[in-house]
Design a protein around this ligand. Structure first.
Ligand SMILES: C[S@@+](CC[C@H](N)C(=O)[O-])C[C@H]1O[C@@H](n2cnc3c(N)ncnc32)[C@H](O)[C@@H]1O
Length: 376
């Protein structure tokens, strides 16, 4: 067992308001800005609809959670063709599905995107506010666009041994949380399985939109109880219709040996998400085997999203910077993917220019991968 002590870089780059709990853990506030949608995208019966998250009407109450019309088609993230040969891209497909208006909105996100890690969602909100003309409601009151803020309270450790890294929070968790928030229409009322959840932050964000979230990890160092406590602590943020479950799912256990109850729950899963679980080749192999089983066994699975940091190192052997864990994952996945001579699944590099709602460094080594059936 490793005694190497590791600390998530996340703690050094953002000021989290933390309180020590006395048992070696801390409870920290992870603040975020709710996604801000332009009200002119909300059209009901041809008229402007109620305001969405982050929008408030001055001098009057509004229904902040008003439903967006289904007439606006949920748009896919833009995806691009990456360097690796084993990848595919459905960028053209998804762009052709955009209406002009949706494309415009996408471009706006690109312009105000977060490639510059010094920017954040609140400054983007300000930028968007500046560009938008003042809108009036039917009473003549100004509709003011203000960023609405929220906070997730998480009990976690600030440093651990390598085998207990799940007790900490890693950048990938926030990247994936950002992606879910930005694509709330995609995840709304969906059934989500999170693998290697750590202390549960991304599952908590998923529970804000989903119908069901199955939050899983290995039961080590009291991790599953910590997740249960964190879900409870943030229950007020969840979609009231969302059911959450916390259960053990060890990548090293084969699908056939999962408990019957878990297998039943998995039958409904549409999205699998995982953040920062690629850092050790043994775990990576087991993770890929788990992904393959889920791709084969889950009848409703639409996509798997994996957030990770490439973590470059310079090696004398290669005489250059390489990302060994990431490369190993790609090679191992590709080996399993092409096992029968054809690629059964697509691996797509998701475009990273979605807004940042949480406070962290969106470093250039962060990537978000999407895996789905080759036919989809
Ligand atoms: C670096 S942490 C990431 C935690 C969290 N997703 C985040 O991004 O903050 C890696 C996670 O993988 C989990 N993990 C390690 N081995 C595993 C296994 N065999 N099966 C399932 N999860 C595992 C760890 O417990 C830990 O929660």
């Amino acid at each position: 067992m490793s005694v190497l002590e590791v600390t998530s870089e996340l703690y050094a780059e953002a000021e989290f308001c933390s309180t020590e709990t006395g048992n070696g853990n801390a409870i920290s506030k992870f603040t975020f800005v709710y996604p801000n949608r332009r009200p002119d995208l909300d059209v009901v019966n041809g008229a402007q609809a109620g305001l969405s998250n982050g929008m408030e009407k001055r001098n009057g109450s509004v229904d902040r959670h008003s439903e967006r019309t289904e007439s606006i088609k949920d748009y896919e993230e833009e995806e691009y063709f990456p360097e690796e040969e084993s990848y595919e891209s459905d960028c053209d497909e998804c762009v052709s599905e955009f209406s002009e208006e949706q494309e415009e909105e996408q471009e706006e996100f690109e312009e105000t995107g977060t490639d510059d890690s010094s920017s954040n969602a609140s400054s983007q909100s300000k930028a968007t506010t500046k560009q938008s003309p003042i809108k009036l409601d039917k009473d003549g009151d100004a509709i003011v666009e203000r960023p609405r803020r929220g906070a997730i309270d998480i009990e976690h450790r600030k440093s651990t041994r390598l085998d207990l890294v799940g007790l900490q929070i890693w950048r990938g968790a926030l990247l994936l949380a950002d992606y879910i928030m930005h694509n709330e229409r995609k995840f709304k009322n969906s059934h989500i399985l999170e693998l290697g959840s750590g202390v549960g932050l991304t599952s908590i964000v998923a529970s804000m939109y989903a119908r069901e979230v199955i939050c899983t990890d290995i039961d080590i160092g009291g991790l599953l109880d910590l997740i249960r406590g964190n879900l409870q602590r943030n229950a007020h943020l969840a979609n009231p219709h969302c059911r959450t479950h916390v259960t053990e799912l060890d990548f090293k256990v084969s699908y056939q040996d999962y408990p019957r109850e878990l297998k039943n729950q998995l039958q409904h899963v549409q999205y699998v998400i995982a953040a920062d679980v690629i850092y050790d080749d043994d775990i990576t192999e087991a993770f890929v085997r788990t992904l393959v089983s889920l791709l084969l066994e889950l009848p409703k699975l639409k996509a798997i999203y994996i957030a990770l940091e490439k973590r470059y190192v310079f090696t004398v052997e290669d005489m250059e910077s390489v990302a060994p864990c990431y490369d190993y994952f790609l090679r191992y996945f590709q080996k399993r993917n092409s096992r029968f001579g054809v690629n059964r699944w697509k691996l797509i590099n998701v475009c990273m220019n979605f807004p940042r709602f949480f406070d962290y460094d969106k470093v250039k080594d962060l990537v978000l991968l999407k895996i789905c059936h080759a036919g989809k």
